[in-house]
Design a binder for this molecule. Structure first.
Ligand code: SAH
Length: 322
């Protein structure tokens, strides 16, 4: 593998085997492909095929094209919360790049795959090398994709996400949480830890609370930077999100979101300080005098910093401040 730097991109010659040929003939055939890895698009191409296979294998799909109930899945595992969850056959891959994951997804007959890729060079590459991808690649930006039009029903999401926009991708997934029962993705290890983290840890934050409210999160495995070309500066990790059984928060969701965001916006402050405006609004709605306000804010929960609060605690806090 060799490369040289040009402005904002690295030209890389990635040599890797096509799985079909290597598996069928028992010998490795090589594609010599030239890819300009564009930094701005978060392009780090996974070159380790066994990791790609493991990522695709982590996606639970209906066994013979018809949707099944989680727990009977091909991976032989139930959903983390033991609840029944339907896994649809529709799959959206975000950022297929040169198809290292797509090639295995296309081999799964249970998967009805669509791919969204912003990079035209990658789109051309996919069309050239994977005839089965015909009609399945959507050139464009996932963040602007009309998901309602693309998918009539529920769909799974998979991908080695562009790390620079992974938070935005998750917020979009949250917007469509009723239609996305499962996400398998590779992201920056730090972000994966943050998302999967329990309350109390330093990295626990806004995304942890929002995602944990609606999804069960499994940290599957860590991937070193050597598995990519060009290697990213950070380690990576694969996580799996499975929609939990929650249908509503039982509190005002807009206020819940605003409380989570506001409190983590000043995460070193106690809730009493960071949530002052929300508390003041409550006091004025209720017509409290200073004495009543003081009594309210002396409750022990307001001594805490936001990282101590789990989803249920934030729900209780939201109810208190409604
Ligand atoms: N799946 C490939 C590529 C991962 S790199 C692999 O594992 O090797 C991330 C990919 O996401 C790149 O192909 C990049 O072009 C694409 N991408 C970046 N921003 C995107 C966006 N907004 N919408 C869709 N694809 C995007």
């Amino acid at each position: 593998m060799s490369g040289h730097k040009v402005k904002g991109s690295t030209t890389i010659f990635i040599i890797f085997a096509t799985p079909a040929e290597s598996e069928e003939d028992g010998r490795i055939s090589r594609i010599n492909m030239e890819v300009r890895a564009k930094k701005a698009l978060g392009q780090h191409f996974l070159t380790d095929r066994s990791i790609a296979e493991s990522i695709v294998a982590a996606l639970r799909l209906p066994e013979n094209g018809s949707d099944v109930i989680g727990g009977n899945d091909t991976a032989g595992e139930g959903t983390p919360d033991g609840k029944t969850t339907r896994f649809p056959s529709q799959v959206l891959e975000i950022g297929p790049g040169t198809g290292v994951l797509s090639q295995y997804l296309l081999q799964r007959p249970e998967a009805d795959l669509k791919m969204i890729e912003i990079d035209t060079e990658s789109v051309d590459y996919l069309h050239r090398h994977f005839p089965a991808a015909a009609g399945r690649v959507i050139p464009g930006d996932f963040l602007k994709l009309d998901l309602d039009r693309l998918f009539p029903g529920d769909f799974n999401v998979i991908g080695n996400f562009p790390y620079n926009i992974s938070s935005q991708i998750f917020f979009r997934i949250l917007d469509f949480r009723e239609r996305i029962p499962q996400v398998v993705c590779m992201i920056q290890k730090e972000v994966a830890e943050r998302i999967a983290e329990k309350p109390g840890s330093k990295t626990y934050g806004i995304l942890s609370v929002f995602l944990q409210a609606w999804f069960d999160i499994e940290y599957l495995f860590t991937v070193g930077s050597g598995a990519f070309a060009p290697p990213p500066k950070v380690q990576s990790a694969v996580i799996r999100l499975t929609r939990n059984s929650r249908t509503n928060l039982g509190c005002d969701e807009a206020l819940f979101r605003s409380i989570v965001k506001t409190s983590f916006g000043q995460r070193r402050k106690t809730l009493r300080n960071s949530l002052k405006p929300v508390i003041a609004a409550k006091a004025s709605r209720e017509g409290w005098d200073a004495g009543r306000l003081g009594e309210f804010t002396s409750e022990p929960v307001f001594d805490l910093r936001p990282e101590r609060l789990g989803v249920e605690d934030f729900i209780a806090l939201t109810e208190k401040l409604s």
